[in-house]
Design a protein around this ligand. Structure first.
Ligand code: DPX
Length: 561
């Protein structure tokens, strides 16, 4: 921008553009209105509005998945505290969301004044204290002079650690005069890796691999932070070994690659991955999270003594840990020096399971729905799968190279997927965006479909109407698992309100579903919600088997002292 006066808000705005954002998400409130004006005025990024702050946070979280980072702006307390759940997700899933809140006027800080929108006490530091648990850096700006350094520190830390960071800007500082930003490389450059430690880790990894016969790579969800699958493919081809992915890392290795050997998820693994991983004498684990869900209630994980654990910032081989470099540097270096073996993957690649088509006029089943969604997924599709049976339906799909799956298996908050899919679509408008979401989850954040109408975002939503929290029914049943039915497809007309291009359709059988999918593909100016009516007991076999084990783990009695 060319105006003479440059402000704190302009500075922030310019930095967001410099780090590669095209948009920022916002919900207005009187503590951030001047800041929003500054962002509009400077104009490096488009300002997009959300229906509420929780949705705003999840939209940013989804945006960061597709773009590498995201930014959101909310108002003090009533806005920011709603967003904390979504920031927890960004922390758990390792996504750099820049979480910006308007703050009280500097004259009111420490004055004893009681402000609206607050809990009615006079110390306004508690929001930052609360948020500091779910962010890697938290900055409250107290003067325009310090603003550039504080803004830069928060953004740089978020990008380096791949975690959310918090910036609070008092409402009377947003338009205060400020210097212009310097080169962005100071925010984007990775810390220089500790070469000595990296070389030692790569040497130890080489020795680990030389001493082993049956090696398997297991890809975890945090490899998303690499931004590219190429180093992992290069490592697999060098070592010549089978590659499996965890459920949360579905699509993080190309499934059409000859070395791909399925999803490893204990007893519900696909393509024989359980046998491969658990009989291997060396498992290279790339940024995995072995929580209770991923281990099927603590039943299954690779043997620690046969594991080479490469985490985001630390590698552990044969009991010794090496740090001071990022996972990407380690994988690339190992791919250049690991003992080379022919790329056989040790075993022949099994044919993946294929779901047979059902009769077009037969009542719609979960299998038929999953089969048709799978057929819709091409190499340019991002499939977002909500917590619930949608996880298992996504995991069992056969993906063409280039297809992406997004799920949130560490945080696992229902309601995440509607705004997250929208955020992914804002960030990557050239891809096809498909969302699978259960009725129970949809009820949390349904109103964000209205923003898909408003901004003409063509997400194809498969709304699974099975009248309840079926995953919960399988883990532990009770009256609390049954929900009020809605006319989900009918909501779209309410959101259009006579001026939008959203489409709401019902599918009771395979033929209706196929027809609805064709209409959805043709609807490029808004969302299409296809309400899939399936029976309440109709779910994946994987969910039932997994649910039993997770329920058993949850109901272990307390250990005796
Ligand atoms: C809950 C879950 O209808 O999907 O496939 O029918 O299970 P399925 P739905 O969307 O139901 C989801 C439901 C209630 N989990 O089965 S997974 C507990 C929960 C959670 N997140 C939040 N609250 C409660 N995961 C925010």
């Amino acid at each position: 921008m060319t105006t003479e006066k440059f402000t704190v808000g302009h500075y922030l705005s310019a930095r967001l553009g410099q780090i590669g954002l095209k948009d920022h998400l916002a919900v207005a409130g009187d503590f951030n209105l001047v800041l929003l004006d500054q962002l509009l005025e400077e104009g490096s990024t488009r300002q997009i509005y959300s229906c509420n702050e929780l949705n705003c946070g999840y939209t940013a979280e989804g945006y960061a998945r597709a773009n590498g980072a995201a930014a959101m702006i909310v108002t003090f307390n009533v806005g920011a505290l709603s967003a904390v759940n979504a920031i927890g997700s960004a922390y758990a899933e390792s996504l750099p969301v820049i979480f910006i809140s308007g703050g009280p006027n500097t004259n009111d800080q420490g004055s004893g004044h009681i402000l609206h929108h607050t809990i009615g006490t006079t110390n306004y530091g508690y929001q930052m204290e609360m948020v500091s648990h779910v962010t890697c850096a938290a900055e409250v700006i107290h003067s325009a002079e310090n603003a550039p350094a504080q803004i830069d520190h928060a953004i740089r830390t978020a990008l380096r650690l791949r975690k959310p960071a918090y910036i609070e800007i008092p409402c009377n500082l947003a338009a205060a005069p400020c210097v212009r930003p310097g080169p962005v490389s100071s925010l984007l450059a990775e810390a220089t890796p500790d070469r000595v430690s990296l070389d030692a880790a790569v040497k130890a990894a080489g020795e680990f691999l030389s001493a082993r016969e049956k090696v398997v790579i297991l890809v975890g969800s945090r490899v998303r932070t690499l931004g590219s699958l190429e180093p992992i493919v290069a490592l697999a081809e060098r070592v010549g070994c089978a590659v499996t992915v965890m459920g949360a890392a579905k699509s993080f290795f190309p499934e059409d690659h000859p070395l791909f050997r399925g999803v490893y998820w204990g007893e519900i693994s696909t393509m024989g991955a359980q046998e491969l991983v658990e009989s291997a004498d060396g498992v290279i684990c790339l940024a995995p999270i072995f929580n209770d869900y991923a281990t099927v209630g603590w039943q299954s994980r690779p043997k620690p003594e046969d594991t080479l654990l490469a985490d985001l910032n630390e590698v552990t081989v044969d009991g010794r840990s090496y740090a001071g470099f990022h996972l990407g540097a380690f994988v690339s270096a190992l791919a250049e020096s690991a003992p080379r073996r022919p790329a056989t993957g040790q075993t022949a690649k099994p044919a993946p399971d294929v779901i047979p088509a059902s009769k077009p006029d037969a009542a719609l089943t979960n299998d038929e729905m999953a089969r048709q969604i799978n057929a819709l997924v091409d190499g340019n599709t991002t499939l977002t799968a909500e917590t619930g049976d949608s996880w298992f339906n996504a995991v069992r799909m056969n993906l063409p190279g280039g297809a992406k799956v997004e799920s949130e298996m560490q945080w696992g908050s229902i309601g995440w997927s509607v705004p997250a899919a929208l955020g992914g679509a804002y960030a990557a408008p050239d891809r096809r965006h498909v969302l699978m979401v259960g009725d129970g989850s949809f009820q949390l954040t349904a109103q964000e479909v209205a923003q898909m109408v408003r901004y003409e975002v063509p997400v194809i939503i498969f709304l699974v109407n099975n009248r309840g929290y079926v995953i919960e029914i399988k883990i532990h049943d009770g009256p609390y698992n049954y929900i009020k039915n809605w006319d989900y497809a009918g909501l779209i007309d309410a959101f259009n309100a006579g001026e939008g291009h959203g489409l709401g359709l019902h599918a009771h059988n395979g033929a209706e579903l196929a027809e609805a999918i064709e209409k959805a593909k043709a609807n490029t100016r808004g969302p299409t919600l296809i309400e899939c009516h399936i029976g309440q007991t109709d779910c994946t076999d994987m969910l039932v088997r997994w649910g039993k084990k997770v329920a058993a783990a949850n109901s272990r009695p307390p250990a005796k002292a």
